[in-house]
Design a protein around this ligand. Structure first.
Ligand code: SF4
Length: 201
């Protein structure tokens, strides 16, 4: 795998390591072909950031590439205000837990910490971090990682680097397979009723 890990690749990895491969395959196609409603909506909401037209204010950095040598990671920051030092990651909406309460997942915190580590290495100070829900116009504060969270973050990077894609003992998560946008192509796609069908043994 490449030495600098991209945040988008890590997101795939956390969802399902096999999806990295299918994501790369689909990169050559129009997103409309494989994205489902939720992803299409997310892409639409992210257009202003991708095109750097979300704000015309000079102090707002949008979609700027950042890197961290320490963690060997890279990506683009979503929105960073160089006057208030606030870093914001925009999301279409916040997920709801089983009891319908709003839930911020660990991997969503990783996204902000990821950007923060890169910015701090580039001599920016990050004072506060937020996830912003576009649909509800609400902000959720994300705090800097504790020592334990930092260790978890580093372990997750290590797990990514050591992942063996041909490990015969690897097992898919059927609940994720059902929701996976790559399921049409994936030879590991399985859902609860049917036995696994592998095209390539
Ligand atoms: S279909 Fe299942 S195994 Fe295949 S990439 Fe998606 S989640 Fe992973």
């Amino acid at each position: 795998m490449e030495s600098y890990i991209k945040l988008s690749t890590l997101n795939d990895f956390i969802f399902c390591p096999k999806s990295i491969y299918y994501h790369t395959l689909y990169d050559n196609y129009e997103k409309n072909i494989y994205q489902e409603t939720a992803q299409k909506e997310g892409t639409k909401y992210h257009e202003a950031i991708d095109n750097k037209t979300y704000s015309t204010r000079k102090e707002i950095l949008q979609w700027i590439p950042v890197f961290s040598d320490q963690y060997q990671i890279s990506w683009n920051i979503d929105i960073f205000n160089t006057k208030t030092w606030e870093l914001t990651e925009r999301k279409t909406e916040i997920f709801l837990d089983k009891d319908w309460s709003e839930k911020i997942y660990k991997w969503q915190k990783y996204q902000l910490w990821w950007q923060m580590f890169c910015l701090e290495e580039m001599w920016y100070t990050v004072s506060q971090m937020y996830i912003y829900s576009i649909k509800t116009n609400k902000k959720y504060r994300i705090y800097k990682p504790s020592t334990k969270q930092l260790i978890d973050f580093e372990e997750m990077l290590e797990k990514y680097r050591k992942f063996n894609p041909i490990n015969p003992n690897w097992q898919q998560n059927t609940q994720k397979c059902i929701k996976c946008i790559y399921r049409e192509l994936c030879d590991y796609y399985i859902w609860e009723i049917y036995p696994q069908m592998k095209l390539f043994e």
